[in-house]
Design a binder for this molecule. Structure first.
Ligand code: FES
Ligand SMILES: [Fe+2]
Length: 400
């Protein structure tokens, strides 16, 4: 689609069809959105030991994040410096060194080439390495950036750290991991996440514990909700749990906010009771639900007892891979965790959302689609996301 196609977007409406379905727009998304900003890659707890690694696929790119001998995280393109083979096929694993499966070049965890067989006596081993990728660990979450000159991430880190620190995600373990392939454009999934217009009709488990308002971009006022929020914030602040709302400051890419749950619920469970021991430094189950959004590929909820993260990975215009992880404190015994109870709300909610997104995308891709009007009452955050997206693409194109 031409620039004019995207620029022709009418504010207050969903995007033109091609923005979701056209492979050229998808290529522009990868270039100007996905390769330009910070992406959520995974969790520190998956990378606890030297040689533990995880992979994040971003279109045709694949990033490896590994814990080095020095204890620091390193990120590399998964591309051999010989003739370009992938080094890994597994999405998580443990290695002493990365050995290319093609001709067995061996790389240290920090990416430097250690040995290259049959390359001749004078081969300058030290001149080769895996191409580095920027990586940053923030309160147990790991972010990478494919840009040569990554944008600032310190403001995000400064906003996230005090709010997420009490949950101590660095001291958790992944109790359950769910992988999905969703037949929809990545923006369809983000749009779905950015509104709760659909919650009442589609998420019976989620709406047990969650108010369906109070989300960013919902301008409805409800005295019962407002009162619950201000009472909860006063209690949290007294106990040292910060609750300042940080919603896409300066039209940036992140949001952090602690939200109250409905009466009788201390976590996002079916019966309102905790499904795991309290996380980190929390001494009281009354901690609400801390929401973290990072555009374009992260949303997470940190509750008193578990955290759930959702990571998007774009495959092609109409296909998005999703990884949903459930984290509990590292020293929680298996006997204390009922996996069905732990995953009940977010397994159902996620799967309901993927069905909605696939259904939405099928209509978007059809001959009958026209961009439709967004609700000024409950979809302002969808509008904000689409405006961020168009601005990001335009900025990237201008910079070329
Ligand atoms: S492509 Fe990796 S060793 Fe040849
Ligand atoms: Fe949803």
């Amino acid at each position: 689609m031409s620039d004019a196609g995207l620029l022709a977007r009418r504010p207050g409406r969903s995007l033109p069809q091609a923005a979701y379905t056209d492979p050229q727009v998808f290529a522009a998304d990868l270039e100007h959105v996905w390769a330009a900003g910070w992406l959520f890659a995974g969790h520190s707890c998956e990378l606890a030991g030297t040689g533990d690694y995880l992979a994040l696929d971003v279109g045709r790119d694949r990033v490896l994040v590994v814990r080095g001998d020095d204890g620091a995280l390193h990120a590399h393109h998964d591309v051999c410096a010989h003739r370009g083979s992938r080094l890994t096929t597994a999405d998580h694993g443990h290695v002493r060194a990365f050995v290319c499966p093609y001709h067995q070049w061996v790389y240290r965890l920090d990416g430097r080439l250690r040995s290259a067989r049959l390359m001749g006596e004078d081969f300058p081993v030290s001149s080769y390495r895996l191409a580095p990728v920027a990586v940053r660990e923030i309160e147990g979450l790991v972010f990478v950036c494919l840009a040569q000159d990554p944008p600032d991430v310190d403001a995000f880190a400064a906003a996230l750290t005090p709010q997420l620190a009490p949950h101590r995600l660095a001291d958790t373990r992944i109790a359950a991991r769910l992988d999905y392939r969703v037949a929809a454009n990545w923006k369809t999934l983000v749009e779905n996440n950015r509104e709760c217009y659909h919650c009442r009709g589609s998420h019976p488990e989620f709406t047990l514990s969650n108010f369906d308002l109070g989300v960013n971009g919902d301008v409805r006022s409800d005295p019962r909700y407002e009162a619950a929020l201000s009472r909860a914030r006063a209690r949290w602040e007294r106990r040292g749990l910060p609750s300042e709302e940080v919603s896409f400051p300066g039209r940036s890419w992140y949001r952090i906010q602690r939200l109250p749950l409905r009466d009788g619920f201390v976590t996002e469970s079916l019966d309102g009771r905790p499904v795991a021991p309290l996380l980190g430094e929390l001494t009281d189950a009354d901690a609400g639900s801390l929401r973290v959004v990072g555009l374009p590929n992260l949303w997470a909820h940190a509750n008193c007892d578990y955290a759930v993260t959702t990571r998007l990975s774009p495959v092609e215009a109409g296909v998005t891979d999703v990884e949903v992880c459930f984290l509990v404190r590292a020293d929680a015994h298996d006997d204390d965790i009922d996996i069905d109870a732990l995953t009940a709300v977010w397994r159902s909610t996620s799967e309901q959302d993927w069905e909605l997104c696939e259904n939405n995308y099928a209509g978007i891709a059809s001959r009958g689609y026209r961009p439709g009007p967004l609700s000024p009452v409950v979809e302002a955050s969808v509008e904000a996301f689409l405006s961020w997206y168009v601005t990001t693409i335009e900025r990237g194109r201008t910079a070329l």
